[in-house]
Design a protein around this ligand. Structure first.
Ligand code: ATP
Ligand code: MG
Length: 549
């Protein structure tokens, strides 16, 4: 692992800091499911700990009582484990530290560094100033320590209505950094918290709580996304003001968040997709959530590989989703067995084949080998796309009078095209060249095209779900503002497909390559009577092409 955060860690270690070891954390707010952007943060935080022989905590940053839910606490743990990381016995909840946060706030007041303010939220906003204008001090700013302690205690005791008072850090209303203009650190909210119930009527603000959570847990490197860069001065101010030793206390390091083309990485928008039923749920295979990617058939190895390859930078950029697809393709290319399936069946009658069945050996994997038998019969199905009546010269699949090889089987020739009254092709009559059996003595006869097929008699019906992006994006990867109106109506196409019988006893969670069609994953909707497959990705690798240019 070589990235600038690792570099910073090494610099710190060389400077004699953090002699107790490196300690990171992944701090999700349990208000949604983890998505591919979070995976970058998970891989980075747990990866840094592993690389430096340190530890990484899982911390639920649940200081906001109104938006959070246990459902998310469970899913987040499942997803991190699935990605392959382990927090050991260090699962923490920020809400467990509410008492400590309170004590630290009292300590700030005692040091003359925090005050109770009676300004309304609107007034506070108005007093804050702008980027070009200094802010204005609140008339309550110079309350005595005693008065502040008394008021803060009474805020906690519930003597004041919601929103009537706040506790603010006393820093500098003229600071060029607006985050340093006496930020609010506690507010009154009568809300039931999913972890602490009705114990608290006052809640700490994120910027106040986060550095303290880090310090309480002995975190050394608090890695977060770039939008917190302007908050770092307050992070440092708070810990320094409370007397934490600069050689051991946590430091914040910001990195660029992951944005992907064609991909929504806003929890709010993902939630909207679920709540308004634009998708089947958080684990809909079109969702960029980890549970969605898992259900689609993405592998943890592929996602970790992707997170490693995109690297960690200090400026934001948009990553081409083709790169993620490339990673999963590479992984599945090695691991997935090959089988044959037909998505748009077109019947082919092989007029010189009798009614029996011939079992043909078929290789399972080009590198790992292994084989199975596929039944070959007089009637088969091919994919409609592989036949063209008025074919251009370069069409090397089946056309009237033309020849093509059936994978693992014979070369066939198309002699007759049968149509219905509407003029649509419904059946082809072909003959096999019996001397051309795959692996046989004359099998080497030159023929340009090879197509997949299944036996009409033995093929199994299967529901195959083909996915496309939920959204199309422009070249910069910008999502349209009204993203609901821009949803791709063809993001899910369901096919009633036919698949070779070798997969009859397959299990949910198994990967295959359907020859020429892509990588597929057995969906949990599969039952003993019904096979359901998700297409993970097609075979065409647009990323590999970009890379080789
Ligand atoms: P919210 O707006 O609710 O805070 P969030 O996406 O930041 O949403 P968190 O639960 O706070 O969600 O995220 C947990 C961690 O994952 C944070 O450290 C956050 O910086 C990081 N993270 C979130 N989104 C991304 C992303 N797209 N790329 C990299 N890291 C991310
Ligand atoms: Mg966040």
């Amino acid at each position: 692992m070589i990235n600038f955060v690792q570099q910073e860690i090494e610099n710190d270690l060389k400077a004699g800091k953090y002699t107790e070891g490196i300690h990171t954390r992944f701090p999700p707010e349990p208000n949604g499911y983890l998505h591919i952007g979070h995976a970058k943060s998970v891989c980075l935080n747990f990866g840094l700990a592993l690389h430096n022989g340190g530890l990484c905590n899982l911390r639920f940053d649940d200081t906001n009582p109104t938006k959070e839910d246990v459902e998310f606490v469970d899913s987040i743990q499942e997803d991190i484990k699935w990605l392959g990381f382990d927090w050991g016995d260090r699962k923490f909840f920020a809400s467990d530290y509410f008492g400590k946060f309170y004590d630290y706030a009292v300590e700030l007041i005692k040091r003359g560094l925090a005050y109770v303010d009676d300004l309304t939220a609107e007034e506070i906003r108005a007093y804050r100033g702008t980027l070009t204008e200094a802010g204005k001090e609140s008339p309550w700013r110079n309350r005595s320590v005693e008065e502040n302690l008394d008021l803060f205690t009474r805020m906690k005791a519930g003597e004041f209505p919601d929103g009537s008072k706040v506790l603010r850090a006393k820093i500098d209303m003229a600071s060029p950094n607006i985050n340093m203009r006496d930020p609010v650190i506690y507010r009154i909210t009568r809300a039931t918290h999913h972890h602490t119930g009705d114990d608290w009527l006052i809640y700490p603000m994120y910027d106040f709580a986060h550095p303290l959570e880090d310090a309480i847990e002995g975190i050394t490197h608090s890695v977060c996304t770039l939008e917190f860069e302007d908050h770092r001065p307050f992070y440092d101010w708070l810990l320094d003001s409370l007397g934490f030793d600069v050689n051991t206390r946590p430091r914040q390091i910001e990195f660029a968040r992951l944005d992907l083309t064609n991909t929504i990485t806003s929890k709010r928008k993902l939630r909207q997709l679920v709540e308004e039923n634009h998708v089947r749920g958080w684990d809909d295979p079109r969702m960029p959530t980890l549970c969605g990617l898992r259900r689609r058939g993405f592998t943890p190895a592929a996602i970790r590989d992707f997170c490693e390859r995109i690297g960690v930078a200090k400026s934001n950029s948009v990553v081409d989703i083709a790169m993620l697809e490339h990673c999963v393709r590479e992984d599945l290319n090695d691991s997935a067995d090959r089988v044959m399936a037909v998505l748009d069946p077109l019947k082919v009658v092989l007029t010189n084949v009798n009614d029996g069945v011939e079992y043909l050996a078929a290789e399972n994997h080009p590198k790992r080998g292994g084989s199975r038998f596929v039944p070959f019969t007089r009637e088969i199905f091919i994919d409609r796309e592989d036949f063209m009546e008025d074919a251009p010269k370069k069409f090397f699949r089946l056309k009237p009078g033309g020849e093509v090889r059936l994978k693992h089987a014979y070369i066939i020739k198309c002699n007759e095209v049968i149509k219905n009254t509407a003029g649509e092709v419904v059946e082809l009559h072909c003959t096999i060249d019996p001397t051309s059996k795959s692996g046989g003595a004359t099998a080497g006869r030159k023929i340009k095209g090879t197509i997949h097929w299944v036996s009409a008699k033995f093929a199994l019906p299967a529901e195959v779900r083909l996915y496309d992006y939920l959204l199309t994006t422009d070249a910069q990867g910008n999502l349209p503002e009204d993203f609901i109106a821009a949803l791709n109506p063809n993001s899910l196409i369901v096919k009633q497909a036919l698949i070779e019988p070798s997969v009859r006893w397959t299990n949910a969670g198994t990967h295959y390559q359907f020859l020429r069609l892509g990588y597929f994953f057995v969906d949990p909707d599969t039952t003993p009577d019904k096979l359901v497959f998700n297409r993970v990705v097609g075979l065409k690798d647009t990323w590999a092409k970009v890379k080789d240019r």
